[in-house]
Design a protein around this ligand. Structure first.
Ligand code: NDP
Ligand code: OXD
Length: 313
């Protein structure tokens, strides 16, 4: 134990504690770093660095100065036992944003240039010409215009698509038509060819990708979900694929991850599953932002990307 050193408690089933310990030590100097609750006195922990909450909860961490999420979302954290007043921040960094934008563009272009159709045709030995459509004649709707949604909307705009976006508050983003509220969502839904979801998961957004929204589509839409699995009502998607309201879906996130072997989403000819890989950040790429927030928390400042716990994002 290093006297007076910052004490970081780490909990994640996805990230390597050793890599994080090394990266943070490089940036902050010697720190006390615990990845197992049994080997530390929780009341001495300053910072909880978490992908998910440890099974014991957070009540015993009485000296916490901040909870720092290892993800851009915080819905995977159970904060019900967190001592009142402790600030929570999510993680956004260059590597995460860049990879999210890459994934979004790849998924949109796959539909835009009919690669999904050619994949099916190739398997069936079918030579079938799909007349290309100009990007300007393809309308993409982006749900969520925050850090990631804005970067994605701007990139798709630069690619030449007609881009619409929906968020809680209206936005002024050059080239992107902004919508908000229930009626804004219905208006936007009636105009799109491709719908990309990058909302945070909150009580207000859970199940938003469902029958009610799909009914608003005026033509078959291709759906890309890189937000959270629980945004999507999976049965409604299967019904919409069956009825033709939706003509293809790319799902990076599912309600249960990994997606259970018995799920009807697997193997569906019009669904592409990727294993929650749209946005990637590593200890190497993200430690600098986390170290910055640790320094701020130790000085009781306002964290970067601090979460509004009432809004839930
Ligand atoms: P932000 O908090 O920066 O942005 C959230 C956006 O959603 C804002 O534009 C906000 O509106 C809008 N929003 C929130 N609630 C509502 C609502 N009820 N109605 C309409 N709009 C709403 O989040 P990020 O862009 O950084 O991240 C978004 C999500 O992406 C994360 O929460 C996470 O779930 C997901 N993600 C997925 C990854 C993956 O690998 N698949 C990787 C990283 C993130 P307003 O601007 O008005 O507040
Ligand atoms: C995140 C994620 O929230 O990986 O960062 O989904």
């Amino acid at each position: 134990m290093i006297d007076n050193a910052i004490h970081v408690f780490f909990h994640s089933n996805l990230d390597d504690p050793e890599q994080w310990h090394r990266a943070l030590t490089r940036l902050l100097g010697p720190i006390h770093f615990s990845a197992e609750l049994e080997c530390c006195a929780p009341e001495t922990v300053d910072i909880a660095l978490l992908w998910t909450t440890p099974p014991q909860g957070l009540a015993a961490f009485t000296g916490l100065k901040a909870v720092l999420s290892l993800g851009a979302g915080v819905n995977q954290l159970d904060l019900s036992s967190l001592v009142r007043g402790v600030p929570v921040a999510r993680l956004v960094n260059h590597s995460l944003t860049t990879t999210m934008v890459e994934y979004a563009r790849a998924a949109v272009f796959r539909y835009h240039r009919a690669f999904d159709q050619y994949e099916r045709d190739s398997r069936a030995h079918r030579w079938s010409f799909q007349p290309p459509v100009l990007a300007a004649d393809r309308t993409v709707g982006v749900l969520g215009l925050g850090e990631l949604g804005q970067a994605i909307a701007k990139a798709l705009c630069a690619d030449g698509f007609n881009v619409l976006g929906w968020s809680r508050s209206e936005k002024a983003i050059k080239g992107v038509k902004s919508f908000s509220g229930e009626s804004g969502l219905a208006d936007m839904a009636a105009q799109i060819d491709i719908l990309l979801n990058v909302l945070p998961l909150t009580d207000a957004t859970r199940g938003l990708l469902g029958k009610r929204l799909f009914e608003r589509f005026s033509r078959p839409v291709q759906l890309i979900n890189i937000g959270r699995g629980a945004h999507l009502a999976e049965h409604d998607l299967l019904d919409a694929l069956h009825s033709g309201k939706i003509s293809g879906a790319t799902l990076d996130v599912t309600a249960v991850e990994p997606l259970p072997d018995v799920s009807p989403l697997w193997g569906h000819p019009d669904i592409l599953i990727t294993p929650h890989v749209a946005g990637l950040s590593s200890a190497e790429s993200a430690a600098e932002r986390i170290a910055e927030n640790i320094r701020i928390a130790m000085n009781h400042g306002a964290l970067i990307n601090q979460v509004d716990l009432v809004k839930g994002y």
